[in-house]
Ligand binder design. Structure first.
Ligand code: 13P
Length: 257
């Protein structure tokens, strides 16, 4: 973390979990536990159908609500899709773009990721752009090249003045939902690399202001060590965000004086 230059963001990605009633119960449990985090922003990424309720439930709290995906067009004949404008009107603040599960199961490509990033920014949402390598790619030694490619594609055509709204999440695919976390050194290396690419594209001032999260089996036990790395500015947390007490422990790890 480097709180001097950029925001620390702890985000829970619920994926396809929690019904409306479970969302309500979670909010009731979380709010008293959370208090008023001083140093970090707390974000919950919920399924589309629960977003409206979630924005209301967390209205007077410091928790911001995020969607887990959006379409790249603002409206039109795209049955079953949801646009960034629609999300914005609900009070949603962030949107995850290019999560590896969407790349893997729904043919999300670096090209569609780029279109979605621009659509989100255009609508006034903050994209949380996910990048990360597979185990095979790591073993081949191409992780940093792949990350450079993903970051450059995602940002193609994004002007410098929009960069203060952009968040990156480094999520090694082999660490997602596996209980296998990247070591803090591995995570730091890639998060630092993401910042280096941003520096080459936009200069040092922009690069040092962008929040870069780590995601992949982050939990109350490993959060503190990961967050102590200079280029890891928060977490994108799957499994451990489904339990309010575990999620709060991670927020507390980011919130120490
Ligand atoms: P887990 O924390 O369950 O590994 O999931 C990480 C993730 O994919 C967050 O987007």
């Amino acid at each position: 973390m480097n709180r001097r230059y950029r925001k620390t963001i702890i985000a829970g990605n619920w994926k396809m979990n929690k019904t409306l009633s479970e969302t309500r119960a979670f909010a009731e449990e979380l709010k008293p536990l959370l208090g008023r985090p001083k140093w970090c922003e707390v974000v919950l990424c919920a399924p589309f159908v629960n977003l409206q309720a979630a924005t209301r439930l967390f209205k007077d709290s410091r928790v911001s609500i995020a969607a887990e995906n959006c379409h790249y067009e603002s409206s039109g004949a795209y049955t079953g899709e949801v646009s960034a404008e629609m999300l914005k009107e609900l009070g949603v603040k962030y949107v995850i773009i290019g999560h590896s599960e969407r790349r893997q199961y729904y043919n999300e490509t670096d090209f569609t990721v780029n279109k979605k990033v621009k659509a989100a920014l255009e609508a006034g949402l903050r994209p949380i752009i996910c990048v990360g390598e597979s185990l095979e790619q790591r073993e081949l030694g191409v992780t940093l090249e792949l990350i450079s490619y993903q970051v450059k594609c995602a940002l193609a055509g994004v002007p410098a003045e929009k960069m203060r709204h952009v968040v990156f999440a480094y999520e090694p695919i082999w660490a997602i939902g596996t209980g296998k976390t990247a070591t803090s050194a591995e995570a730091q290396e890639v998060c630092e690399h993401i910042r280096t690419i941003i520096r080459k594209l936009y200069g040092a001032r922009v690069a040092r202001s962008v929040t870069v999260q780590y995601g992949g089996s982050m939990n109350p036990k490993n959060a503190q060590e990961l967050l102590a790395q200079p280029d890891i500015d928060g977490g994108l947390i799957g499994g451990a965000s489904l339990k309010a007490d575990q999620f709060v422990e991670i927020v507390n790890a980011a919130n120490q004086d």
